[in-house]
Design a protein around this ligand. Structure first.
Ligand code: ZN
Length: 246
């Protein structure tokens, strides 16, 4: 390895660019599955609303059937009471049977009122089901296309990451081992930002003033220079005067 410091510096800048991209890719690769999960949770929520509505309808239908069989039982009871009538001997017995029949009629009528009430509620509940079902289908379709899009994005990110890692491997192999080690060390201690611009005489990593001699060296760009404060590598990039913030 006998590349000039100038070339090494260019490789350091390239390396930083790649590491920024790699970090961005890793962040997205971690985020995308979470985004897919959140989308699926929304869909599950909608499906749950539908299943609860259906369960309520089932319960009401069961209740209605229960009332119907109760009515059937009362009607049987009434028919049995009426069969006793021809054998009645006294007025008192007759009145007793009639009042029993009346009581049963009252019970049946109450039960039928209750059934009617349930039927009305059922009708209301059944009316909203198609709307919820349509909504669920739409949500499902939109989730499926969202997921397909995210899966494609994920696959693309993985592919890009692989190619970035290969490029990084190539560049890091060209750097002098000692400089590469220094880079890794600085990156580790500075949240991944090991190579920064010098602007004016200010390090853009820690925003401290750099010594004039170092500033000159950085501007010349023929040596590898590090900020004495944050130890990041420094480079100079010519920018048009107007674009330089004061
Ligand atoms: Zn600095």
């Amino acid at each position: 390895m006998s590349d000039s410091p100038k070339l090494q510096l260019q490789q350091l800048i390239a390396l930083q660019g790649m590491d920024d991209e790699i970090a961005e890719h890793n962040k997205l690769l971690a985020e995308i599955p979470l985004q897919i999960n959140a989308g699926s949770a929304d869909l599950e929520e909608k499906k749950k609303i539908l299943s609860i509505a259906k369960e309520e309808i089932d319960a009401l239908q069961k209740k209605r059937k229960g009332i119907e069989s109760e009515v059937q039982g009362e009607n049987d009871h009434m028919a049995k009471a009426k069969t006793k009538l021809p054998a009645v001997k006294t007025n008192k017995e007759y009145t007793a049977i009639l009042s029993e029949v009346d009581a049963i009629k009252k019970k049946v009528s109450d039960l039928e009122d209750k059934e009617l009430e349930i039927m009305e509620i059922l009708e209301e509940k059944q009316k909203v089901i198609p709307g919820i079902e349509t909504k669920c289908k739409e949500e499902d379709a939109s989730f499926q296309s969202y997921k397909a899009k995210k899966d494609t994005e994920l696959a693309r990110m993985k592919q890009e990451l692989d190619s970035l890692l290969a490029k990084r491997e190539n560049v890091s192999g060209q750097l002098e081992r000692v400089i590469m080690q220094r880079y890794e060390k600085v990156a580790k201690s500075r949240e991944g930002r090991a190579v920064v611009k010098l602007r004016g005489s200010i390090c853009q990593g820690c925003f401290q003033q750099i010594l004039p001699q170092i500033v000159i060296n950085v501007k010349v760009g023929e040596s590898i220079q590090q900020c004495s404060n944050c130890i990041r590598f420094l480079y100079w990039e010519e920018v048009p005067e107007a674009a330089t913030p004061k």
